[in-house]
Design a protein around this ligand. Structure first.
Ligand code: TSB
Ligand code: ZN
Length: 571
């Protein structure tokens, strides 16, 4: 949803006026409108809390009912407002016009609050009726982490109550889908500043999910002719110099590490390693295609502001592959890899937003390797492939890899970000850079091509999307909590419950026995929150009848059945 800019900009003024009224010594920074609302950055004398937000919102309502106009007005003394003063001095230096806007009381023409501002408002504050303050966040002055951290208050303002209600509903839905929240509830992953920003830690249940997905992918890759290798997380600077990464991809890489007399980089991609494996032997045309795959740990320097849960991280595991092929094999290899991607995404029921044919921007000579002929050839091959298999796609300029064009499977996150999941890329450059060849049937040395394949992309991003699209209700076969067994009384029912747990574990299920001495209601609530697929409650009746009481996730129905029947029906 897109909010009215002028209304939200004016609401930011109203927020600042209310804050100054309640906390007169507050220093004001900036307060723009944004796509879905507005914010204002403040330096408070003392930290404020969510409870203060309620007070501020009430104060805003009070001021809004006063019938003030927003108009251009006289300058004010900014001596006590260092951030405003800094901005004003800067505008003056740049030769910009300095303007002030006030909230004018129509009865006496006086302004109750004046801000340094370029304008863009609604006429009267009393039109600000349907708004809410949403949250508090830390924000550095001018977005620079060397500067002081200010307090940012986010809000949203709409013309009608219906729009505000619809927007609040959207926020609630997003929150419910947000993989960061679900990931916490389900014990999937965590971060800690002590282990490094953007370096995710897979927790017990997250590791179960990841391992189950991995076993399935390994089996599927094998069926499609891929063979797995494992290479190290570091490579020499020389390797990444040869590949071109240090010329075109350096901004996304961690700095070089010097050990003894080696200069090492944490690898951002696997391709150079796989090329080293390829070139370790003399290759004949009969060996091709070679489909090398790896579930590879990669490290990328993503800007701290871009990091977002598992969606964008700095250490990741990519379901990677490099296919070394003859030119006459390109089409078949694309078909094979594409079919594998389709099968896998379908298996998980992933909702795709669109397919992108990601091309170079010929104007950006630094970002993309400079060789028009090579690019035109590779881009046409991908376009022809997509046309041949008759899928709809969008051509997107400037989104190619530095070494070649890509076919990207795009998905939309709960927060509305557009991100790439699976990818297929055609590369004539790396074979050239590493001077790799195969011997044809006439004993000539011929250059192969490389097709880069990200099957589900990285586990991190894939699981983030999966959690969001399913709201955590994962398919049974990858669920980390297929069954939770809850004895009603710790003393009387634990023994029978343990027996049931053992039997189900022997069937290969992921079972959690909640053997804590806790209240039943609490255990049930927590099982629900962890999104366990089946809750089995054990009490006197179950022991007496030698059966179990089952409830499926999302259902209120409880069913008594024999353990053997449960196994027969669900496993
Ligand atoms: C497919 N060399 C190729 C590989 O052979 C490559 O690395 N391509 S990539 O740069 O496009 O990355 C592959 C996939 O990794 C992306 O499509 C995306 O799904 C995922 N990915 C990239 N960066 C991140 C990140 N910071 N966090 C999580 N996943 C990421
Ligand atoms: Zn690659």
């Amino acid at each position: 949803m897109k909010a009215n800019k002028q209304l939200n900009h004016s609401s930011a003024h109203l927020l600042a006026a209310a804050v100054l009224k309640l906390f007169p010594n507050t220093k004001l920074a900036i307060g723009p409108s944004i796509e879905e609302g507005f914010y204002y950055d403040f330096e408070f004398e003392n930290p404020i809390t969510d409870a203060d937000l309620v007070k501020i919102e009430r104060q805003m309502k009070k001021i809004a009912s006063g019938g003030y106009k927003i108009e251009k007005t006289n300058s004010i003394n900014l001596a006590n407002q260092p951030y405003k003063l800094e901005l004003k001095n800067e505008f003056e230096k740049d030769g910009k016009e300095i303007t002030y806007y006030g909230m004018i009381n129509p009865s006496n023409g006086e302004s109750i609050f004046t801000d340094l501002c370029a304008g863009g408002h609604i006429d009267s504050i009393s039109s600000i009726k349907n708004f809410k303050l949403l949250s508090l966040a830390g924000a550095y002055w001018r977005g620079d982490s060397n500067n002081i951290q200010l307090t940012r208050i986010y809000g949203t303002s709409w013309e009608t109550k219906e729009e505000l209600d619809a927007y609040m509903k959207l926020l609630a839905d997003r929150k419910e889908r947000d993989h960061r929240k679900i990931g916490k509830d389900m014990n999937i992953f965590m971060f800690s500043h002590l282990t490094g920003q953007g370096f995710p830690i897979w927790l017990e249940d997250g590791t179960i999910v990841k391992n189950k997905i991995q076993s399935y992918l390994r089996e599927a890759e094998k069926r499609y002719g891929f063979r797995e290798v494992q290479t190290p997380s570091f490579g020499s600077e020389e390797l990444y110099k040869t590949s071109g990464h240090l010329d075109h991809y350096k901004d996304d890489m961690f700095p070089t590490l010097v050990v003894d007399n080696e200069r090492l980089v944490m690898r951002p991609m696997t391709c150079p390693h796989h090329v080293i494996i390829y070139s370790d032997k003399r290759r004949s045309y009969k060996e091709l295609p070679i489909r090398m795959s790896e579930h590879a740990k990669l490290y990328r320097y993503e800007k701290s502001g871009a990091l977002n849960g598992l969606e964008r991280v700095r250490s990741m595991e990519l379901t990677d592959s490099h296919i070394f092929a003859r030119r006459d094999q390109i089409s078949n290899e694309f078909k094979n890899a594409y079919a594998l991607i389709q099968e896998v995404l379908k298996k998980f029921n992933i909702k795709i937003d669109y397919i992108s044919l990601s091309l170079r921007d010929p104007k950006e000579k630094d970002k993309f390797y400079d060789n028009d002929e090579m690019w035109n050839d590779a881009e046409n091959q991908l376009r022809n492939f997509l046309n041949e298999i008759k899928v709809e796609y969008k051509e997107v300029i400037g989104e190619a890899a530095f070494y070649g064009p890509k076919i990207d499977i795009q998905v939309k996150t709960a927060l509305g970000h557009e991100i790439t999941m699976s990818t297929l890329q055609l590369d004539f450059l790396l074979p050239e850079k590493f001077n790799i060849t195969y011997i044809d049937d006439n004993d000539n040395r011929i250059r192969p091509v490389i097709i880069h394949r990200g099957l589900i992309g990285t586990y991190e991003r894939f699981i983030a999307i999966l959690l969001e699209q399913t709201k955590g209700d994962l398919p049974f076969w990858i669920s980390p909590r297929q069954v939770t067994i809850i004895p009603i009384s710790h003393d009387e029912h634990l023994e029978y419950a343990t027996k049931i747990a053992k039997k189900l574990e022997n069937e290969g299920l992921s079972v959690k026995l909640d053997d804590r001495n806790e209240r039943l209601a609490k255990k049930i609530r927590e099982a629900q929150k962890s999104k366990t697929k089946f809750q089995i409650v054990i009490g006197d009746k179950e022991i007496e009848n030698n059966n179990i009481n089952v409830r499926a996730y999302g259902s209120d129905k409880q069913t008594a059945m024999k353990l053997e029947d449960f196994i027969k029906i669900y496993i």
